[in-house]
Write a protein that binds this ligand. Structure first.
Ligand code: NAD
Length: 366
């Protein structure tokens, strides 16, 4: 019986609520598919600050390192917002985790079911079939990590700040390989987004992606788009994309735009894959909902558990190679929604169910 060993980092506010629901779904699928779950919970974020004085205790990193994947909730919230910026739960837990495990590839499905198209600001008229695209964002390079990064006072008394945008060819190649896999699992269309008319890093990006796809994936249709145009095209006609791949900062902005046009954050999952392989020979990864801790609805049985449940499905697919159980979870979530079970965030003011009842509806579809 295959064993799935993963660390459970639920975090704060709605984090533990939706994590509990995702574990219920995983337990059900494991029973049906003859899989053994071996998971351990570890403290992270504000909860870890309260208990251990650190948002990412060493024991939590150890629990992650001993596992094949991390199922992550979300961290942060008003209780800790008076802490200095560097000690804020998100910055002090999530960024070091990404760095520690070299989680360089962020995969975000932009999925909006046809039945929920009115949850999007684009509305049904523009997206009659909903939205189904994937954003691949490079996560450990570019402007956010490049050095030097400093603020200095100049001899004339003026103040200057500098950030550095830097990419290596090898970093571009490995994210291109991830994007190729994602494109091959779908419509084999890949759009690379850059700013090659202005930036040196983008010139290297475009050259490298072009050469890598030509050599390794002649079956994938590659196109290129400038980032400013991509931002417009996403809002105009998102489904013209199948998979798009881009560098860290462009991906940060475009993936948030994608989240907005896809309606509720409560439906959007994500995977961050590492450079290292796990004990199954597959990428070690961190799987989390696109949204945050939603303090405004925490503890009220209002949170939508779908994003966390769909993140668990991504974990099965990418870190454990279990395509069938992953697809079954995704189909069950879709069927539950399509048959009218909606948490308040996707109910458009109509009848809604609570967090637990939403999961019950998904379990019924399984
Ligand atoms: P948020 O994503 O928590 O909430 C934005 C809006 O979306 C809120 O109205 C919320 O109710 C709604 N929402 C989010 N997830 C939902 C769900 N599952 N079901 C129903 N509605 C949902 O963003 P915010 O309010 O800006 O941030 C709150 C806290 O979360 C902050 O401390 C922020 O730093 C943190 N945060 C953490 C992560 C992370 O851990 N990865 C990501 C983003 C924000």
């Amino acid at each position: 019986m295959p064993t799935l060993k993963f660390a459970v980092l639920a975090g704060d506010y709605i984090g533990p609520e939706v994590m509990g629901e995702a574990l219920r779904v995983l337990e059900a699928v494991a029973r049906q598919e003859n899989l053994r779950l071996d998971y351990a919970a570890a403290d992270v974020g504000g909860a870890a600050i309260d208990r251990h004085g650190s948002a990412l205790p060493a024991a939590t990193v150890q629990a992650c390192a001993a596992a094949d994947a991390i199922l992550f909730g979300s961290v942060g919230g008003p209780k800790w917002e008076k802490l200095p910026p560097a000690e804020q739960p998100e910055r002090a837990a999530l960024l070091p985790l990404r760095k520690h495990f070299t989680l360089f590839a962020n995969i975000r499905p932009g999925l909006l079911y046809r039945e929920l198209a009115d949850a999007s600001p684009l509305k049904t008229a523009r997206i009659p079939n909903g939205i189904d695209i994937v954003c691949i964002r490079e996560l450990t390079g570019g402007l956010y990590f490049g050095l030097p990064k400093a603020t200095t006072t100049l001899p004339d008394g003026d103040i200057q700040a500098v950030d550095t945008m830097v990419y290596r060819k090898s970093e571009i190649e490995r994210i291109t390989a991830t994007a190729i896999s994602a494109a091959r699992a779908r419509g084999k269309k890949l759009c690379s987004v850059d700013k090659a008319n202005v930036l040196e890093t983008s010139v290297l990006w475009r050259k490298t992606v072009t050469a890598y796809v030509a050599q390794h994936a002649p079956d994938v249709t590659l196109s290129h788009m400038y980032v400013d145009n991509a931002a417009m095209q996403l809002a105009r006609d998102p489904n013209q994309f199948d998979v798009f791949v881009t560098e860290n900062m462009f991906g940060d902005i475009l993936s948030d735009e994608m989240a907005v046009i896809c309606g509720s954050l409560g439906m959007l999952s994500s995977a961050s894959l590492g450079a290292a392989k796990n004990s199954h020979g597959l990428p070690f990864g961190l799987y989390e909902p696109a949204g945050g801790t939603a303090p405004d609805i925490a503890g009220k049985n209002l949170a939508n558990p779908c994003a966390q449940i769909l993140s668990a499905a991504l974990m099965l697919r990418y870190s454990f190679g279990l395509e069938k159980p992953a697809a079954r979870i995704e189909a069950a979530v879709k069927q539950a929604v399509v048959t009218g079970h909606r948490t308040a965030d996707i109910a458009f003011g109509g009848a809604s169910v609570g967090t637990r009842a939403m999961t019950d509806a998904i379990l019924a579809q399984l």
